[in-house]
Design a protein around this ligand. Structure first.
Ligand code: HEC
Ligand code: HEC
Ligand code: HEC
Ligand code: HEC
Ligand code: HEC
Length: 394
């Protein structure tokens, strides 16, 4: 680590000064004001010269280099992604979206820019990404809890406040319950629309039944937060925070596998295949595929309006009223599926929540399996499928 006394005053660092600004004090988990004094803390010095000379500029190791290079090729820095370009035409990011779609919006929401906390006052410019100052921000230490879409307030510490803010999704099982309240279970209702849990919902699955993001069936218990094991208890113990990649090597101290996807501890099969030589991810995937097939069969046979799933365009479920295998079009646009019943809406919510998190198998395999199992059981009745014969495990 660089020594604090050697830290250059920021104005001397052309270019780097800009980054120092982006970095703020460079500290997280510490409530220090953003002043030069913070550079006394060795752990927060972003730029420093080697202890003794003489040296060539090329010999100077700038610690930030690696972090910047890693971040730059990550999804967080991908300014061309739909997640950051979606508002280009409007020229400004809607306040209800800005919290998670720009570092500037994130700081505004949490009041890290001096504005009121808990709301985006905006306007938030387009063109932002998840920049350095989103996670390297002394103000994060003041955030003691993050409120999830279910209304549950989860206590947080330090940088985890950032991951949990943006990767919690936007809707919860409670929203589905509200939408379907008092409606007949198997009757299509035109007021019902697909409720999207949103994307990259890792924190939602991770917190499990306690976070209450899924649609929970009455009388069923759901596994809570996946505590896993001490060394892998937080987002950044598995994800390198700049590349965002999962570091596989540490997993091997406890697991024997060729890849994260191949990890399995459970000696039972959850998907009826009886195959326990594959990763637990395989069981989750098989049950998710089965559930989607059943949702489509239900649309056809019970709701009476065939459905087509297209994962590449919103809102993903479309009408195929004449059952010819092609999405119906109206005024040149595909017709969103419109024959949801309370039963299909709640099952599709769970399907989408689980599949919106490609890491569900590591974030909370038990919760993912429970949501899928209960949703499959929900549809089995009206479809006349014998649940026992499927040989699934919850
Ligand atoms: C709680 C945080 C959060 C909020 C609020 C939020 N989003 Fe997102 N959104 C995300 C995350 C995280 C992703 C990244 C998913 C990925 O591509 O990996 C995402 C992705 C997207 C995408 C890209 C989807 C794709 O298929 O690549 C769109 C479009 C989007 N969001 C639209 C919106 C809109 C519109 C709003 C406001 C009405 C909004 N989001 C509010 C977190 C949020
Ligand atoms: C998504 C959150 C996030 C973003 C965005 C981010 N960082 Fe980091 N950064 C972290 C975390 C978490 C650590 C602590 C890593 C650890 O404890 O091992 C860290 C550590 C660092 C370190 C210490 C050395 C290291 O690599 O561990 C430097 C330097 C750094 N970040 C610079 C930056 C710069 C510069 C940017 C922007 C180009 C940036 N970070 C963007 C989360 C982030
Ligand atoms: C300001 C909101 C925000 C914060 C804070 C944030 N993320 Fe993200 N994250 C996003 C968005 C948006 C995307 C999708 C970007 C894209 O599509 O290019 C994403 C993508 C990811 C991905 C997917 C990478 C891939 O290759 O698709 C991972 C993993 C991730 N984030 C982990 C984290 C972790 C861990 C933290 C906390 C250290 C964190 N994120 C903090 C918004 C955020
Ligand atoms: C036990 C290790 C572990 C922990 C803890 C963990 N993750 Fe993951 N995460 C993974 C694995 C493994 C994957 C799946 C990688 C794959 O299969 O490609 C993943 C996938 C993801 C993805 C999807 C990446 C993509 O390619 O689209 C996001 C986003 C994500 N994690 C965010 C988080 C956040 C936020 C947290 C903390 C709430 C977290 N993760 C905690 C291991 C972990
Ligand atoms: C310190 C030991 C330890 C480390 C390190 C560790 N795990 Fe685990 N892992 C466990 C334990 C213990 C369980 C069982 C936990 C439980 O079911 O409550 C588990 C369960 C899992 C499961 C579910 C398996 C199943 O059959 O249900 C997956 C997937 C997983 N770990 C992935 C990972 C990944 C990916 C990493 C590395 C990023 C990792 N683990 C690192 C100890 C560890």
């Amino acid at each position: 680590m660089p020594l604090p006394h050697n830290a250059l005053p920021r104005p001397l660092l052309v270019g780097a000064g800009v980054l120092a600004l982006l970095l703020g004090s460079g500290a997280f988990g510490q409530s220090v004001p953003e002043t030069a004094e913070t550079e006394d803390d060795a752990s927060v010095v972003p730029f420093a010269l080697p202890q003794s000379g003489p040296f060539e500029p090329a010999d100077i190791e700038i610690e930030n280099d690696q972090a910047i290079a890693d971040w730059f090729r990550s999804a967080h820095a991908n300014a061309a992604a739909e997640a950051f370009r979606h508002w280009d035409e409007e020229g400004e990011i809607e306040s209800s979206c800005a919290t998670c779609h720009s570092g500037e919006g994130f700081r505004d929401f949490h009041g890290l820019d001096g504005s009121e906390a808990g709301v985006v006052d905006g306007p938030i410019d387009v063109g932002g990404v998840v920049d350095c100052g989103t996670c390297h921000n002394a103000g994060l230490a003041q955030i003691s809890e993050v409120t999830l879409p279910s209304g549950v307030a989860h206590p947080v510490q330090g940088v985890e406040a950032s991951c949990l803010t943006c990767h919690q999704g936007r809707a919860a099982g409670g929203d589905v319950e509200e939408a379907v309240a008092d409606l007949a279970l198997d009757e299509p209702d035109p007021s019902l629309r697909f409720i999207n849990p949103h994307y990259a919902t890792a924190a939602a699955t991770w917190l499990g039944g306690y976070g209450a993001s899924g649609y929970h069936y009455e009388g069923r218990d759901y596994s809570g937060r996946f505590f896993h094991a001490r060394p892998v208890e937080s987002c950044n113990s598995c994800h390198e925070p700049h590349t965002l990649e999962v570091e596989f090597e540490p997993c091997l101290t406890c697991h024997q596998a060729d890849s994260p996807q191949d990890i399995r501890i459970s000696r039972q099969s959850y998907d009826g295949s009886g195959d326990t030589s594959v990763g637990i991810r395989s069981d989750i995937e098989a049950n998710a595929n089965r559930l989607l097939d059943m949702i489509r069969a239900y649309a056809d046979e019970v709701a009476g309006v065939p459905m087509i799933h297209d994962g590449t365009r919103y809102p993903y479920f479309f009408t195929d009223a004449n059952g010819d295998g092609a999405v119906d079009m109206a005024d040149g646009a595909p017709v969103a599926y419109g024959a949801w019943t309370p039963r299909s809406l709640r099952t599709v919510f769970n399907w989408k929540l689980v599949t919106s998190d490609p890491g569900a198998y590591a974030h909370n395999p038990a919760y993912a399996l429970e949501l899928l199992h209960d949703s499959i059981a929900d549809l089995a009745g009206p479809l006349g499928i014998d649940m026992d014969a499927l040989d699934l495990l919850r």
